[in-house]
Design a binder for this molecule. Structure first.
Ligand code: HEC
Length: 201
């Protein structure tokens, strides 16, 4: 009897350790920090919710076309996405990833237009963590995919442009079509965005 019970117990233990061994692919919904205080690149951001892709976006009037062309993909962690759907606002520990890729026109059967290549040019993260950053939000630049990155200083123009023009809470929801509709419905659009759109505050 004891032998059977032990066999059962070790069977369960085995199942448990198999489940634990699978945990590297378990979703990380919040930030993880390195020993030096830098933010760890969320390894599984490609499993997050895709918000939108932009092509050669530039925020300077009269800017020359980007060469090479660049396309960006924006992802948000699933917990923050669910909260936004319910409230039109970002909860604490929201993480957004912008992955910039080199575009290419030449490849396979493509005759015109551009597609995204395998080459990542830059990965940037926008994180809301009030327990760590007095201004709540912080930006991080992981280059082509460094494992960790220090917060970009608050004086950088990243912060001022996002604060002045982001449609919801420092983020560019006006370029994420499914979220823009939610923010409109919930009445959470920023005054800065409404000014840019020419609407009264
Ligand atoms: C002049 C305005 C401007 C500046 C300066 C700027 N951004 Fe942005 N940022 C944007 C716009 C517009 C988008 C939307 C991009 C899209 O739709 O692909 C965006 C989107 C992002 C996103 C996706 C999440 C979000 O907040 O919407 C990240 C991450 C990001 N920027 C990082 C940075 C970093 C890091 C810097 C500074 C090194 C920076 N940005 C500087 C305008 C700006």
């Amino acid at each position: 009897m004891n032998v059977r019970r032990n066999a059962l117990a070790s069977g369960l233990l085995l199942l448990w350790s198999v489940a634990q061994a699978g945990s590297p692919s378990a979703p990380i919904d919040g930030p993880t920090y390195a020993a030096d205080g830098g933010l760890m690149l969320p390894a599984n951001y490609r499993e997050w919710v895709f918000l939108s892709a932009g092509i050669d976006m530039s925020y300077i009037a009269g800017a020359m076309p980007t060469d090479p062309h660049m396309m960006d993909n924006v992802f948000v962690d699933p917990a923050a996405y669910r909260a936004f759907q319910a409230t039109g606002r970002w909860p604490d520990r929201t993480m957004l990833v912008k992955e910039n890729r080199r575009a290419s026109g030449k490849g396979s059967i493509n005759k015109s237009g551009n597609f995204q290549s395998t080459e990542i040019m830059d990965i940037e993260v926008h994180l809301k963590d009030a327990s760590r950053f007095p201004a709540k939000w912080a930006f991080f630049d992981f280059g082509a995919g460094r494992q960790s990155a220090a917060a970009i200083p608050q004086a950088a123009d990243c912060y001022s442009c996002h604060a002045a023009h982001g449609a919801v809470d420092n983020t560019f929801v006006q370029f994420y079509p499914t979220l823009l509709l939610i923010a409109k419905a919930k009445g959470t659009l920023s005054a800065g965005y409404k000014r840019d759109e020419g609407a009264p505050d």
